[in-house]
Write a protein that binds this ligand. Structure first.
Ligand code: G3H
Ligand code: 13P
Ligand code: NA
Ligand code: ZN
Length: 316
């Protein structure tokens, strides 16, 4: 069945790689994730956001996840699969996921004052413990492109807070803010400017305070230029889309970062392939054709991430 993150993270820590956490909202995404992780023999976290729950129905997503485990087993694969709630925003939402069979949840109290974040996170941990469900908490706020000066407006994680937070809450992993952000427009670059490096100095300071403790990176899509170019060449308008360079993620994966969240890269791959398909074959109207092409590209992308960026391939 579904497993929590405990063993995945201890193996990732020892092996100096990161577990991929891919978001899913629909059948083709989930099929691609499972197929690619089975083919690369990679452990995987499949995650559901609040938005995914309202798009696809929580019950549907949960049974799809169980179907994904069964699909892997029938293919002869033993890869561990964790079903995780992404960005849980209340105790009630986390409880509902725990009660219905999720094996891991995130409680995101990062926008709250420290003490309130601690109290909320602790409450979720106490409930989750009774059900063998692991909990991810967060300290620091990820930058948003809406911020005029992202470096100043983003609230990087304060390393002096992490030990206290982990001790007081009992969380199993901690998401931190070191310069990544959600979506396809992570950095606002002036002409000729290149992407600023992640704040590995802050990551190092955090690691020193909680040695051997699993750290999580959100907003870790690379926004691959090939996809942005394909989208734009077939009528899309995604100028200025930019993500975290893969080298930065390789470096993070080798550290105490044990979970790397990727959603936008998959969205871009799917959009690029569907735009291309529609442009090249305007007569086609069977969704299996263009969704099938999108799914194929998603499989390639996920294999690439597992094999060459996160290093999770071969570690199931
Ligand atoms: O962190 C956000 C994830 O990419 C999920 O996005 O809320 O649009 O489903 P969503
Ligand atoms: P990206 O938007 O960079 O893919 O981040 C996804 C994420 O952090 C989901 O929680
Ligand atoms: Na790691
Ligand atoms: Zn996130």
């Amino acid at each position: 069945g579904l497993v929590n993150t405990k063993q995945m993270f201890s193996k990732a820590m020892a092996g100096k790689y990161a577990i991929p956490a891919y978001n899913f909202n629909n059948l083709e995404q989930l099929q691609a994730i499972v197929t690619a992780c089975v083919e690369t023999d990679s452990p995987v976290i499949i995650q559901v956001s609040k938005g995914a729950r309202s798009y696809a129905n929580e019950t549907m997503l949960r049974y799809m996840a169980m179907g994904a485990v069964q699909m892997a087993r029938e293919a002869g694969s033993k890869i561990p699969i964790c079903l995780h709630l992404d960005h849980g925003d209340s105790f009630e939402l986390c409880k509902s996921c725990i009660d219905s069979g999720f094996s891991s949840v995130m409680i995101d109290g990062s926008h709250l004052p420290f003490d309130e974040n601690v109290a909320l996170t602790k409450k979720v941990v106490e409930y989750a413990r009774q059900h063998d469900v692991t909990v991810e908490g967060e300290l620091g706020v990820l930058a948003g492109i809406e911020d005029e000066v992202s470096a100043e407006h983003s609230t990087y994680t304060k390393p002096e807070e992490v030990e206290d937070f982990v001790k007081k809450t009992g969380v199993d992993s901690l998401a931190i803010s070191i310069g990544t952000s959600h979506g396809a427009y992570k950095f606002k670059l002036k002409p000729g400017e290149s992407v600023p490096p992640l704040r590995f100095d802050i990551l190092d300071e955090c690691e020193k305070r909680i040695p051997g403790f699993p750290i999580v990176l959100h907003g870790a899509s690379s926004v691959l230029p090939e996809y942005v170019e394909l989208i734009n060449s077939y009528g899309g308008k995604m100028d200025g889309a930019v993500g975290v360079p893969e080298d930065q993620l390789r470096k993070a994966a080798a550290s105490a970062v044990c979970k790397i969240n990727i959603d936008s890269d998959g969205r871009l791959a799917v959009t690029a392939k569907i735009r291309e398909y529609f442009a090249k074959d305007p007569k086609e109207f069977d969704p299996r054709k263009y969704l099938g092409e999108a799914r194929k590209e998603l499989i390639n992308l996920i294999k690439h991430k597992n094999q060459t960026v996160l290093g999770s391939a071969g570690n199931a």
